[in-house]
Ligand binder design. Structure first.
Ligand code: 1GP
Length: 253
């Protein structure tokens, strides 16, 4: 599914390890869903959530954002539109290099070497459907350059983040994304707390081709508008969707 980011200003992050609100209709106003969390995520709960959202809103783009390749299966790849893979600038080496090389090593491994080797997911895909399927998966992987700015968040803990970036460093990471690494998305992550506009403004000045996402602590339309006015292409709303579905409607622009 080709995406036009000009149509996307509100993204909902759905955590497959958490309860979904009883009434999924509240997703009617959002422009994209990212399925992912930082704790308790499995292949099974990811697939269940992706399917439930797709069966209610077949046209709504759904990204799966795993923190481990063990969350990904042939079925989750088929059910979602893109696989969004975070590369955490201020995380440890595991979360900027190691995981990704391992993942693409799985993708590139020859079928005969994979069958029976216990290599998860991608091996299964190659063995069952050939290399075209592998090319398809590779094309659907979207890299996200991430900066995690809330040290108390689970996201920081699982990514080995020990230090947040200053606005100048956020700007540097944004410029590196746009001009050097080439990830299509730059994501400022304040998961669980509202970070305000300083980092968004710092990053936005350097981003032209790259989509700028901000997530963290959004519970009102005023905050959504503030972040969009500061230069983000879209806000990402997570906790409020699970914790206060009525209030969630108010985060829509
Ligand atoms: C989390 O950026 C998202 O990955 C959204 O943050 O849960 O604080 O809304 P919240």
């Amino acid at each position: 599914m080709p995406l036009d980011w000009r149509d996307i200003s509100h993204v909902t992050k759905v955590d497959p390890a958490e309860e979904l609100p009883r009434d999924l209709d509240i997703l009617g106003g959002t422009d994209l869903v990212i399925v992912g969390g930082s704790d308790g995520v499995t292949q099974e709960n990811s697939l269940d959530v992706i399917r439930r959202i797709k069966s209610r809103f077949p046209e709504l783009p759904v990204f799966q954002e795993p923190y481990s390749s063990s969350h990904v299966s042939t079925a989750t790849v088929d059910a979602s539109d893109y696989l969004a893979v975070p590369a955490v600038y201020n995380g440890d080496r595991e979360n900027f290099v190691t995981k990704h090389v391992e993942f693409f090593t799985e993708i590139g491994t020859k079928p005969e070497e994979i069958v029976g080797s216990g290599v998860p997911v991608v091996g299964e895909l190659i063995a069952s459907r050939g290399r075209e399927a592998v090319a398809e998966v590779s094309e659907n992987v979207v890299g996200e350059g991430y900066v995690i700015q809330n040290l108390d968040s689970k996201a920081a803990a699982v990514s080995g983040v020990e230090r947040t970036y200053s606005p100048d460093e956020v700007a540097g990471a944004a410029l590196a994304t746009e001009s050097f690494y080439g990830f299509p998305i730059f994501y400022i992550e304040y998961s669980g707390t509202y970070g305000g506009t300083a980092d968004v403004e710092a990053a936005a000045q350097y981003l032209d081709e790259t989509v700028l996402l901000y997530g963290g602590g959004i519970t009102s339309q005023r905050q959504t508008e503030e972040i969009l006015d500061a230069g983000a292409d879209a806000v990402v709303v997570g906790d409020c969707f699970h914790d206060d579905p009525e209030r969630f409607r108010d985060t829509l622009p």
